[in-house]
Design a protein around this ligand. Sequence first.
Ligand code: C2O
Ligand code: CU
Ligand code: CU
Length: 516
Amino acid sequence: MALEKFVDSLPIPEVIEPVSQINGVDYYEVVMKQVEQKLHRDIPETTVWGYDGVYPGPTFEVRTNVPIKVKWINDLPVEKHLLPVDKTLHGAEPPNPEVRTVVHLHGANVPMDSDGFPEAWFTNNFEQVGPFFTHKIFNYPNIQPATTLWYHDHAIGITRLNVYAGLAGFYLLRDECEDQLNLPRGKYEIPLVIQDRSFNEEDGSLFYPSQPDEPVPVFPSIVPEFFGDKILVNGKVWPFLEVEPRKYRFRFLNGSNSRFYKMRLSSGQPFIQIGTDGGFLDSPVVINELTLAPAERADIIIDFAGFAGQHITLTNDASSPFPDGDPVDPDTTGQIMQLRVVLPQSGDDTSSIPAVLCNSEKPTEQEAIRTRNQPLIEAQDQFGRLLLLLEGLMWFDPITDRPELGDTEIWNLINPTPDTHPIHLHLVRFFILDRRPFNVEHFLATNEVIYTAPAIPPDPNERGPKDTIRANPGEVTRIIARFGDFTGIYPWHCHILEHEDHDMMRPYEVVEEMEE
Ligand code: C2O
Ligand code: CU
Ligand code: CU
């Protein structure tokens, strides 16, 4: 039976309050719990994992340069994961416990011991901890410009399952520049996390495959990627939101495991993008279509003035896998949510869209002291399954990338595979320089890059600070970053979570500056 769309109103996650202060610093506690939650009017209650017992978790509202402390507590089932665990994957092998968690604040400039390193996992009540676990309370210094961050689980080998089970939430960082912009705020500012899920119809439980369609000699086995057939926003399947005929600010986050979205508004009106993953654009960019890969964010203004009475659908037209896989089903995965311009306007809309936003410090190519070639490579694992690698190496191979603290580097993300991979670096915000087509066959045979066309500049709405970038097939995507503000070991990986868990993740280390 087809599920009726737009019957549930969009939930807005609660803002979390600190429980106390430690040495004058706000201190929060968040408990991960297994709970039953109604995800659609006509789906029986679904068992999910939620931070503070809700999926998605509560929203953090924090200020730049005002640190906070968070104790993430695992009160999840001890023995058995909610979803099928593949114990052949890195870090998921016995005797490591099935249920492990560690929280990563995605996009944050944080010390390594609070980054949520995949091997810093812990179990219920901290009974067991991973080799990189150091302490229970994480410190978030918030030393970066205002932006939309998000937190999600990052435990080695089961990140895809923990996030799919519901472990994700927003972390909104604000600063003085943002205060002065006079953007829509309060009830006119709404975070939207878009995720796809499938359900077992009988009982409403989450469906996640136990093995790929092509049989493999491992059970349960990871799948090359996973695409759900229902689209959820803030934890509801195809919700609706009632709005006033005025400007709203939406914090879009693609929180899906593998699915990309190419979004439009059925009214034909544009999105006005003001920010990217890591902060504001220099000035607003008007777009008719918004593409987001897993983990990418977009800070968007939509002006509903003049649309009173309309029911506007937010649609999706991104193939899966992206960009050349199966098209969406216009009746299901082709729709995300509905915006109903039915509320009376409760006063004049005094918010504005300033022509100049907040500008971010961009490193220049001249400052780069090193360029690293980082190929994205398709290989096979010992069971004959597709294995995607960075630099041709696995997570547990020795570290090969060691930028010195403060160094600016250019990374060439060389993608000879047929899919777009959203590449994410922890710790830093980077900028995209350009993308350039190259001869894939020649590269696969010789490891040499021969460009076949001129470089393509980033899209205007990609020119702000990024932490996750689409590395398109057949292109070298060049990004530039200044490495800091901390030394230590951090991951970089593909944010298609099925890829990340199956070795498309590498550690890199920021090392102390060497004396000349
Ligand atoms: Cu959102 Cu290492 O990731
Ligand atoms: Cu991250
Ligand atoms: Cu990937």
